[in-house]
Design a protein around this ligand. Sequence first.
Ligand code: FDP
Length: 279
Amino acid sequence: MTEIYEAIKRSAARIKEAIAFDDTGYSENINSTGDTQLKLDIKSDLIIEEEFAKVACIKEIVSEEKEGKTPLHGDGIYSIGYDPLDGSSLIDVNLSVGSIFGIYEGGFAGKNLKAAVYVVYGPRVELVIAHENVTLYRLNQKGEFVLIKEIKLGAKGKLNAPGATQMGWEPRHKALIDAIFADGYRLRYSGGMVPDLHQILLKGGGLFSYPATSDVPKGKLRMIFEVFPFAFVYEKAGGAAIDGKMRLLDLTPSHPHDTTPCFFGSQTEIERVKQCYAK
Ligand code: FDP
């Protein structure tokens, strides 16, 4: 596993340079989800693939930017699902973006996740590893990721990050979000999953939601590359992650790009979601 973390650190340092200095415009390619790829999406994906190709324990990878799996090493143990540059629609306005990695053993299902890692490219570059516990690292001037601290969520937080277009929310979801705001929670939503979830984790807790809506009945966020890794991080930090009713890590996608409604938060907020969605 250490070799995988080291490959992710090398990738993060290279992607940070690309974000800082490369062209932020669109390419002429469309990815499997139908999004026009930024030149930076393509470059970040290539960087990660190049670094993972050097790691013998990786059997196969699947990227948010590609349709299917890419086999790497026949004797490898781990399958990695990753989103090379999540929140890339925020690149042109210079907001924080991220990379997300799920490290699976035995196939791409929530129950097979062994570790999760994400990187936040903000004013500083931070990296979070979730394995037995959840630890925060920060890139220093020498290009090394230095351990900062262990991350733990409180039982109840103060932040609310409600995703998806409100026009398409179900009435029970609107009632939930209204009730949370009425209890004094503060809005913290940038539109980038990585910085939004990172903020809730570091500020002690709250709720991030990307529900089912009339236009995306199965949600927008993808299980393998986005949802499972963050569900793992939140659970290991002492929080919880559900699809409204079920634990996210009990789900199994039938296609690499399958999506699900998702809720991540501290125990108190997730209990509240369960009560609301049981109706
Ligand atoms: P993006 O499309 O900019 O890459 O899954 C990607 C994501 O961003 C998440 O980072 C973010 O939380 C979500 O989509 C935002 O979705 P909306 O466009 O519906 O707000």
